[in-house]
Design a protein around this ligand. Structure first.
Ligand SMILES: NC(=O)c1ccc[n+]([C@@H]2O[C@H](COP(=O)([O-])OP(=O)(O)OC[C@H]3O[C@@H](n4cnc5c(N)ncnc54)[C@H](OP(=O)(O)O)[C@@H]3O)[C@@H](O)[C@H]2O)c1
Length: 320
């Protein structure tokens, strides 16, 4: 299939392109940076210089590529994570998610695309009821800022994709990415902060997280491209876990001492009420639907093994 990828140089994109190429798809991918054109080529894609905010150019680039499907993995998040600056990060991210998706949807319709896959998040379910959520559960739309505006943005993106006329829309709600090039890599920002003992367990470490290795996120995306019915799919591993469970294992995997604990009231003074409330009340996600409907299974069933594997995906052109 001819596939167009936006966000191809990011954490998930770099894993995704080799998976798509290996599955026999022809990939056209965009970047804003001349320096990254070579990276995209090495990964196996046909690279094109394009900014999604330039709607005119995006339209002609997409029309020329004539893809059957578009995959939207656009984000704008920094490599280092300062929780005090989440408001700033999220504003940039919301901007590219909202306008980038609108421009991509318009360009896709103009180019006669059939299928549109977009990135969602599996860590923004509403903080009520059980610890692990299926796709029908409501999202955390009433969260205080800076979380609330991001959840509402993702809901707008999801709704736009799922209701786009003439397109089969699929939303992939990924869990927290870990693996090469992510915050949770050994050399990633969370890895570094945990080694410096600057990433403590808050309170009793309650709040349930769902993770996914970027290689598994990529294989799930290929499976969804090829076989998903329109709709929403959680893309997470088999073991949702509280911070009290996963953080000591993560610390061991990145060569750090056991993480310290801070009381919630101290954390609130440092990172703010909204982040503490979000993390302590977080719900995990179930991968039952994607397994049942697409027969997909994660290679890393749990972060318990995955955190210890800092694998690097070799691109098809490098492998040859
Ligand atoms: N589910 C999750 O846990 C999750 C999800 C996403 C990100 N993250 C984390 O966020 C951190 C940074 O993410 P990242 O490495 O994916 O980088 P990023 O800086 O967020 O970029 C993501 C992708 O979006 C593209 N992009 C952004 N704005 C664009 C625009 N105006 N026009 C065209 N393309 C645009 C970038 O392309 P160019 O820069 O090449 O133009 C890049 O390919 C990582 O550590 C990752 O773990 C986590």
């Amino acid at each position: 299939m001819k596939v167009f990828v936006a966000g191809a140089t990011g954490a998930i994109g770099r894993s995704l392109i080799p998976h798509l190429v290996k599955a026999g798809h022809h990939v056209t991918a965009i970047t804003r940076s001349k320096e990254k054109l070579g990276t995209l080529y090495e990964l196996g894609a046909e690279p094109i210089l394009c900014d999604v905010f330039d709607a005119g150019r995006l339209g002609s680039v997409l029309a020329q590529a004539e893809p059957e499907a578009v995959i939207n993995e656009l984000t704008d998040l920094p490599q280092s994570l300062n929780p005090r600056k989440l408001g700033e990060y999220y504003a940039a991210n919301n901007h590219v998610r909202r306008e980038g998706t609108t421009n991509l949807l318009d360009a896709a319709r103009g180019a006669g695309v059939h299928r549109f896959l977009a990135q969602g998040s599996a860590y923004w379910y509403a903080q009520s009821g059980g610890a692990v959520k299926t796709e029908e559960a409501p999202l955390y739309l009433d969260a205080p800022p800076p979380v609330g505006p991001s959840v509402r943005t993702i809901k707008e993106v999801e709704d736009a994709v799922l209701s786009a006329e003439g397109l089969e829309g699929v939303v992939l709600r990924y869990g927290f990415f870990y693996g090469p090039g992510t915050w949770y890599a050994k050399d990633g920002d969370v890895g570094r902060q945990v080694r410096k003992r600057r990433y403590p367990i808050i309170g009793n470490g309650e709040g349930t997280y769902s993770f996914i290795h970027v290689d598994d996120a990529a294989s799930a995306t290929v499976a969804a491209l090829e076989g998903a019915r329109p709709g929403v799919y959680n893309v997470v591993d088999d073991e949702p876990a509280t911070a009290a469970e996963w953080m000591p294992v993560f610390a061991e995997a990145v060569g750090a001492k056991r993480p310290p604990r801070v009381p919630a009231f101290v954390a609130r003074l440092i990172v703010g009420e909204a982040i503490v409330k979000w993390t302590l009340g977080m719900r995990g996600a179930s991968n039952e639907k994607i397994k049942r409907e697409l027969g997909w299974h994660p290679q890393y069933e749990s972060w318990r093994q995955g955190f210890f594997e800092d694998t690097v995906t070799l691109s098809p052109r490098v492998r040859r």
